[in-house]
Design a protein around this ligand. Structure first.
Ligand code: MIG
Length: 814
């Protein structure tokens, strides 16, 4: 109130007109939502077009042929352009036209139209066939925020009767978001429940599919944001935020895949991970002391269960002080890590953002001297309790702080640590949950309160971690994993879904969350296998390992108060089945690595839900169990206890049951037996699936030959294999090999052609080729003009032979 009266008094001095009023506050209009009026003017500046209603301004930016950005400035003053999600707009030249007629202004690119209706400032988008894909239901609007300044900003679009919605990161609800109202505000959600919202990450990007056509909306606003997908009113879709700019990107499809690729064009992809990071990781809160870590590591080797990564949770530190080691539990970390490395294990350590207030602790002292910790609005330090006790928190939105933080990893890297796990970076604070709104942030020079920086805090922390490690590791690929994040976090880290629960419901949720993260830009993701809190029985753990073997990131983890949770902890038959699936994970590493390359280089997600394969079928909008791993292998996890069989939907085309090699026609559901040692896996006909020999860890042995599993098809199918050194950034200088296989069969012949691109030469010489599903018995195999002399035929009608890795063409004759 005071602020308002003062304002009015100022006006009295300046404005003659008010002098005769007894109560000048009567003249002030109450705060209400304001809507855009009518656009009376368009002005073009390069690829931006500005429209105004006389007071508010709207900017339409043509980013690419398929991407248009819309921004609103209530009184014509735009905020400075800056985004953590989109560091740079893609550089493409677009030819567009601006047209004006009686009804509208229309911006047309070779792919889409953006319409600005004169009558009411409604903004809509349509495709080349004038099919409207997205349209305002009310004009963009805002409400002044007297306490913090700025505005609450709102956008409301129409929602079609059969429109479906996907995306938004890791929401713990059905895959299709139709009918839901959800919030983005990074939250430490220990043991989150089904439908609990918000969770750890904020990804303000969704995909709509309506009439078989997909488009995406990326609402690049870091404030607390809300989405309603026909929940309040089935005819409306809305998104709004507590501050910042109403700024969104319309991303055209028509396929979901196009939308996701274009979202990656804006926000980036995950860099290639070190190959070992695709292996199995074992985690626990916590393995200590040192001897326990050694016992666990040896347990893997003794049980012949492959494992590449072992984690140290918070107890490795000295009083939870980041960048220190407990002298009691880990007296000689360098020796321990070296011994683990000699045994094939990479060590990953946890690092939290809270720095203990302690003048005898160098990290605190330095951060304090350099003024790197966050402060409240009145300049007090932001203090809160976390594991180390009373803590202060680096302002990771300050580039100087990020550089300092990155350099703090020099000792850990010197000690031999291969990866870093950033936890508690929502940021989480005991008791209060997170920072108060008034905490100030440098925000890369653009300034802001915690309202604006909260959702990017964790992302900037892991960015500092990743960039620091990359520098300290002299350009070897670092491995990082984070709990919190915002759009674009995939450029710096993998993620896990946080503190889940050892229940069948959470196995189901995890399956959905990973598919959702994957279509929301975060392909390198995994759940805590087995469930973080609570106790899984052997069956649940094994079913989770089976699903986890096909999660881009595979790690088992458990809370401190739970029983032993290693893949052999449940005895037989579980140990043997867990081993079988972890071995399968390792056999398929070259396939996963190739899918990763497709992600990194071309923006394909690694996990692809069924709807992404067949979006035109509305029934597929509600399928959430099965997905493909890359584009060739279809997985359907078993999600119920005691399940003897389950039905699996196969997209159209021909598929081979991975276990029986039976060929099945897709486009329908099939019933598959699911004894405990089987999870339904199908391979697309025509695929070439590369396979490594089972090893106890990646790089245990030199690869002597690569197995190519070829699946017959009577139509043409392409497959890819990516190979490189697996641990440096040489691929950025084109030191890699991208192989393409083309498989095509007829009733009496199968042809496989190979072509290659790139500068890398793998050390192995030959392929071990296995032919699956041939509809005939081969009488002759000719490779590059030479007849193959030795072919072994197996009882399951598969055939094997060896040939040079450089073959160009192999023909198999009936
Ligand atoms: O307050 O570091 O989600 O994975 O084991 C709990 C201890 C802090 C939460 C993480 C969990 C981790 C645990 N952390």
């Amino acid at each position: 109130m005071t602020a308002k009266l003062l304002l009015v008094e100022d006006m009295i001095v300046e404005d003659e007109e008010f002098h005769h009023l007894n109560n000048p506050a009567d003249g002030i209009k109450p705060i209400v939502k304001k809507y855009l009026g009518t656009p009376n003017h368009a002005e073009q500046l390069g690829n931006k077009i500005f429209f105004t209603d006389g007071d508010a301004k709207v900017e339409v930016l043509i980013v690419t042929n398929e991407i248009i950005r819309v921004r609103l400035a209530p009184h014509s003053v735009f905020l400075e352009e800056f985004s953590y999600a989109v560091p740079e707009l893609p550089e493409t030249s677009v030819e567009f036209t601006l047209l004006e007629n009686e009804q509208e202004f229309r911006v047309t690119t070779p792919a889409i139209n953006c319409h600005i209706r004169k009558q009411d400032f409604f903004i809509s988008f349509s495709d080349k066939n004038d099919h409207v894909t997205s349209s305002d239901a009310v004009p963009m609007h805002w409400e002044e925020n007297t306490q913090f300044g700025g505005y609450y900003v709102f956008c409301t679009k129409t929602c079609e009767e059969q429109e479906s919605f996907f995306g938004l990161g890791d929401k713990a609800t059905e895959f299709n978001l139709r009918g839901k109202r959800l919030k983005n505000w990074n939250t430490d959600a220990y043991s989150f429940g089904y439908n609990q919202d918000p969770l750890y990450r904020s990804i303000p990007f969704y995909i709509s599919v309506s009439d078989g056509i997909a488009h995406g909306i990326f609402f690049d606003n870091t404030f607390k944001a809300h989405f309603d997908f026909g929940g309040e009113d089935p005819t409306k879709t809305s998104f709004w935020a507590d501050g910042g700019e109403l700024q969104y990107y319309y991303i055209h499809g028509p396929h979901m895949m196009d939308v996701v690729k274009n979202y990656h064009l804006l926000t980036g992809t995950h860099p290639m991970p070190p190959l070992w990071a695709l292996g199995y990781h074992q985690c626990r809160w916590s393995y200590y002391p040192e001897n326990k870590v050694r016992v666990i590591a040896n347990g893997f080797r003794q049980n012949r269960i492959p494992c590449d990564g072992i984690y140290l949770d918070i107890d490795y530190m000295d009083g939870y002080r980041c960048f220190t080691w407990s002298p009691k539990y880990f007296p000689n970390p360098k020796k321990m890590i070296a011994d683990l490395a000699a045994n094939g294990f990479k060590t990953v350590v946890i690092i939290d953002p809270g720095i203990r207030v302690d003048d005898n602790y160098s990290v605190f002292k330095e951060g304090k001297e350099k003024k790197y910790f966050c402060r409240r609005c009145d300049d007090y330090f932001m203090e809160g309790h976390v594991w180390p006790g009373r803590c202060q928190f680096p302002d990771f939105t300050n580039p100087e702080v990020r550089a300092w933080w990155g350099d703090l990893f020099d000792d850990l890297v010197e000690t031999g640590v291969a990866g870093v796990w950033n936890d508690m970076n929502e940021p989480a604070v005991f008791g209060s949950g997170t920072f108060p709104d008034d905490v100030r942030h440098q925000y890369d020079g653009y300034r802001g309160s915690h309202r604006k920086a909260h959702n990017v805090y964790g992302m900037q922390m892991v960015r500092a971690t990743y960039e620091g490690l990359r520098k300290q590791m002299k350009n070897k690929r670092p491995f990082t994993i984070t709990r919190a994040g915002y759009s674009g976090v995939q450029r710096y880290s993998s993620v896990w879904t946080g503190d889940n629960v050892a229940s069948w419901e959470h196995l189901k949720l995890g399956n959905i969350q990973l598919q959702r993260l994957s279509v929301s830009g975060i392909s390198f993701c995994g759940t805590d296998i087995g469930g973080f809190s609570g106790e899984p029985d052997g069956e649940l753990f094994t079913r989770w390992i089976q699903m986890g073997a096909f999660s881009p990131f595979m790690r088992a983890h458990s809370a401190g108060d739970t029983k032993e949770r290693e893949p052999w902890s449940f005895g037989e038959p579980y140990t043997a089945i867990n081993r079988k699936f972890i071995e399968l994970r390792y056999r398929l590493i070259p396939y996963l690595y190739s899918a990763f390359w497709e992600h990194h280089r071309y923006g394909f997600p690694i996990l692809r839900p069924v709807v992404m394969h067949e979006q035109e079928e509305v029934s597929n909008h509600f399928r959430q169990d099965e997905f493909t791993y890359g584009d060739k292998i279809l997985i359907c996890p078993v999600l119920e206890p005691g399940q003897k069989s389950r039905s699996v939907y196969l997209p159209k085309g021909k598929w081979f049951n991975f276990w029986t090699l039976e060929m099945v026609d897709g486009g329908k559901e099939v019933v598959v037996p699911t004894p405990l040692d089987i999870m339904p896996i199908f391979v697309k006909a025509g695929s070439v699936i590369p396979e490594y020999p089972v090893m106890q860890y990646t790089g245990e042995k030199e690869i002597e030959e690569v197995k190519l599993n070829i699946y017959y098809s009577d139509y043409e199918v392409n497959s890819f294999l990516f190979e490189d050194y697996g641990e440096t950034f040489a691929y950025e200088q084109d030191i890699y090999l991208e192989k393409k296989f083309v498989v095509k069969g007829t009733a009496d012949k199968l042809t496989i052609q190979q072509s290659m691109e790139g500068l890398y030469t793998p050390r192995y010489e030959g392929y071990h080729i296995k032919l699956n599903g041939l509809p005939f018995k081969p009488t002759k195999i000719v490779a590059d003009g030479k007849e193959i002399a030795t072919i072994s035929s197996n009882s399951d009608k598969t055939y094997e032979f060896k040939f040079s890795k450089n073959f160009k063409k192999i023909e198999i004759f009936k």
